[in-house]
Design a protein around this ligand. Structure first.
Ligand code: SF4
Length: 348
């Protein structure tokens, strides 16, 4: 019996690798250029769409290669225009991706893992646990899916969906580079943001990358005991160590990290919590994003009242800390930070 050979997803090759294969197939340089454009610039999902390529060559390529784009199995559309997708990969594992359009911009929040092992207690994904890490192509696929759905260019990507990107570091960096590539979505490095709970060795490695990718830290409390309770997965990376790593990061890169602070009623919106956050940030290069925690069904954690969020912003600004109050997108479809789960279920 003849063995069926598994076909490679053509999009996982680099343009140079694909070029070499086509040269081996004795294809002229212009043909290579055309195919590279179809695969990487026009992001087609089948050989049939390559209309200027001879049928025989398309068939020859289809014998060796496939397009393993994920399948959309569900979607929800928010009243604010955000769309949440449940995308399934070829092994049956699914993740959620959120698109957030605004005027001429299209932002996408992608997942880096199916589920998450960090166990943040306020997060629907953390409660469900980790299924597996995604490949770089699976991260890029989420962006391509949104671009095709809106028929628009994606202008920014946040790696803030399901999963801890720094627990899947190499694939995350590869995805950042693919998204940044001119043979790809060509999104500026500063518009590509990775959000981590604070995995210190990876923050150091991230600081060593030559590109200007943006770093966000899920802080959520500047008091060790509270942070340990909220984010048990990063207990060993204590606040003084995190502070030191971020000082080194800003010295090395000259870039401003963002601190995400989801305000939870009675937990991190008290006077000592506000004072600790101001002390942690004062005099450092950083930007604080304040957001009211989103409601997670059956969770004991509730969002802080708006006046507390405004009070913390005032206190931070008085201490010279740049602070923005973020408005949660897509909360009516459980697409907001902390709400992603496999219910056609974002974190942070
Ligand atoms: S907040 Fe992020 S890192 Fe924490 S459990 Fe949720 S998905 Fe994982």
């Amino acid at each position: 019996m003849e063995e069926t050979k598994a076909r490679t997803d053509i999009r996982t090759l680099s343009p140079d690798e694909l070029g070499m294969i086509l040269r081996d197939l004795k294809q002229p340089a212009f043909r290579t250029k055309q195919i590279v454009e179809w695969v990487f610039d026009k992001n087609v999902s089948s050989f049939d769409e390559m209309t200027n390529i001879p049928k025989a060559l398309r068939e020859q390529l289809a014998e060796q290669f496939s397009f393993n784009a994920p399948e959309e199995i569900a979607r929800q559309v928010s009243s604010d225009g955000s769309r949440k997708y449940l995308l399934r990969f070829s092994d049956g594992v699914s993740v959620e991706t959120v698109a957030m359009p605004s005027r001429s911009k299209l932002a996408v929040c992608i997942s880096t893992q199916a589920g998450c092992a960090m166990g943040c207690v306020f997060c629907a994904t953390g409660i469900a646990g980790l299924t597996r890490s995604l490949t770089a192509q699976e991260m890029v696929d989420q962006v391509l899916h949104v671009a095709n759905d809106f028929n628009e260019r994606v202008t920014s990507v946040v790696f803030m969906g399901q999963g801890e990107p720094f627990n899947n570091f190499d694939a995350t960096v590869e995805a950042l580079r693919k998204l940044n590539s001119e043979h790809g979505p060509n999104i500026g490095a500063r518009h590509l943001t990775v959000s981590t709970c604070g995995i210190i060795p990876r923050i150091r490695a991230f600081a060593d990358l030559p590109e200007q990718f943006t770093l966000a830290i899920s802080l959520h409390s500047a008091i060790q005991q509270t942070r340990n309770q909220l984010m048990p997965g990063v207990k060993k990376y204590t606040l003084p160590r995190l502070y030191e790593a971020l000082q080194l990061y800003t010295e090395k890169t000259g870039r401003r990290p963002t601190y995400e602070f989801a305000m939870i009623e009675g937990v991190n919106d008290t006077d000592p919590e506000m004072r600790a956050l101001c002390d942690f940030c004062e005099g450092t290069l950083c930007h604080v994003n304040l957001i009211q925690l989103n409601n997670i069904p059956d969770s004991p954690f509730k969002p802080s009242p708006q006046k507390k969020v405004e009070e913390l912003q005032r206190r931070l600004m008085t201490r010279g800390v740049e602070t923005t109050i973020r408005v949660s997108r897509g909360s009516d479809i459980d697409a907001a930070c902390g709400q992603l789960k496999q219910r056609l279920t974002i974190h942070r």
